[in-house]
Design a protein around this ligand. Structure first.
Ligand code: ZN
Ligand code: FE
Length: 257
């Protein structure tokens, strides 16, 4: 899938736009606001074809009602009571979603942790992972256990290294600053932070990243690495016996940071 682009919403949300092959329509992911979608699609000469939803948080769904009032398009999202009134097609883990006009089908992955019903869409080398995996970080654990979040991130981490990561917030720079506290000697991380800081100074988007970049620099995908284990144990003040425990300790560290 080429020519995917982002629309900005709220302070730091991105609404991803997936134009169809014929270039006249587009699907949007997590429209937290309607106005940026209306304006962005109009400017690009695109009509709304449908809406994809990763999870129920307001900054990802608040625009849906207005958008479907304009144009009653399909709304595809997870099975969740809190979304039932908005979703026209509920999808589950393993479902393959064929969207009219898109060149490739999208696979649905259930990735609980940030919320209990969070899903990702994956296809054509692109991963739309909402608030689960961020560039340089991961989402807060609001409804799941650290173990669940760890397993969800591991699932994403097992996708091919050249997978493009389209997450839903511009948090990359602050995430990488924290990551550097965890791994001060990670040279790839230092270089990435320098690149991202320069991009942010020019007010440029830092996404998508690739999974390979995340595996090299994101501490939440590196809970099996010596450097991360040692750092997490030092911070927690106790030995940690599994990657999931290391992950949980790093998440707790960042929550308190
Ligand atoms: Zn969220
Ligand atoms: Fe969010």
């Amino acid at each position: 899938m080429e020519n995917i682009f982002a629309l900005k919403a709220y302070q730091d949300n991105y609404i991803w736009v997936l134009p169809t092959a014929e270039g006249k329509r587009a699907y949007v992911v997590d429209p937290g606001e309607a106005d940026p979608v209306r304006a962005g699609l109009k400017a690009a000469g695109l009509d709304l074809a449908g809406i994809l939803v990763t999870h129920h948080h307001g900054d990802h769904v608040n625009g849906i009602k207005e958008l479907v009032a304009d144009n009653p398009v399909p709304v595809i999202g997870p099975v969740d009571e809190r979304l039932a009134a908005l979703i026209t097609r509920q999808v589950r883990d393993g479902d393959v979603v064929e969207l009219d006009g898109l060149p490739v089908p999208l696979q649905v992955l259930e990735i609980p942790g940030h919320t209990s019903s969070h899903i990702a869409f994956y296809g054509g080398g692109a991963l739309f992972c909402g608030d689960t995996l961020f560039a340089g970080g991961c989402g807060r654990i609001f409804e799941g256990t650290p173990e669940q979040m760890y397993n969800s991130l591991q699932r994403l981490a097992s996708l091919p290294g050249d997978t493009r990561v389209y997450c839903a917030h511009e948090y990359t720079e602050s995430n990488l600053r924290f990551a550097l506290q965890v791994e001060p000697d990670n040279q790839a991380l230092r270089e990435r932070l320098a690149k991202v800081s320069a991009q942010r100074a020019r007010d440029e988007i830092t996404l998508p990243s690739t999974l390979a970049e995340e595996l090299a620099t994101n501490p939440f995908l590196r809970a099996d690495q010596r450097s991360v284990i040692e750092s997490a144990e030092r911070h927690a003040g106790r030995p940690l016996s599994s990657p999931a425990e290391v992950f949980a300790a790093v998440r707790a560290w960042k929550d308190a940071a």
